[in-house]
Design a binder for this molecule. Sequence first.
Ligand code: MLT
Length: 263
Amino acid sequence: MKKTKINGVELTYRDEGSGKPVVFLHAFPLNQTMWDQQLAILASGYRVVTFDWRGFGDSEGSSTASTMPIFADDLAGLLDYLEIKQATICGLSMGGYAAFAFHRKYANRASALILCDTRATADTDEGKQGRHQMADLARSKGASAIADSMIPRVLGETTLQSNPAVAKRVRTMIEATNPEAIAQASIGMAQRSDSTDMLLLIACPTLIIVGEEDKLTPISDAEKMHQAIVSSRLEVIRQTGHLSNLEQPATFNRVISDFLAQL
Ligand code: MLT
């Protein structure tokens, strides 16, 4: 892993392979290693960049809320540092929320989008309340309590019943996360704008992926994005929940490889 200071914060990243750049934005409250199986496959044909959001993984934290516009600025800063003018941006869940914020501010820097298990809408009032409770839980009980609460919701039934290795991997990632980063990003997600209006402005090729068992951002959210983004294609991945790239990596890799090959 490499490190560089972006917007005053030291971010940890990987930059492997060569070819058209593809940048992966990780989900909450995980880290860039969630993309290991994608990096391993794609780096033979593409320049693949993964990184830890501020506060997550091995990146340095900051004292302010981790809002999606701040994440977008960090992404733009990292691309500048790596001298990447345009890239395919692939974000899963919170990574997708950040991809919307990035597109809002730096539309011409996304040559294509891959939006996985995410949604364009902002949180409801109840959802925002839940985010603040999650921040309080992280601060009072630590990352293990967050893992207990999130694992049954983020993984699909098929994975929960038949793939304990994935559940263990997700738990390890969550438990390694700094509780303050969890709190900051939770509050940051609660503050995010509704991006529904922006969907109509997305003109680059866009792949939307959703797990058929995704309970957090279900198929109906993906369908709404697909209807609004003219240049989009929708892929539903069977027998997977919210973390589609971790739960069904082979299918996920095939779907994104097919999409990238057509760009
Ligand atoms: C994620 O996977 O990034 C989170 O579950 C997003 C969310 O809670 O909305």
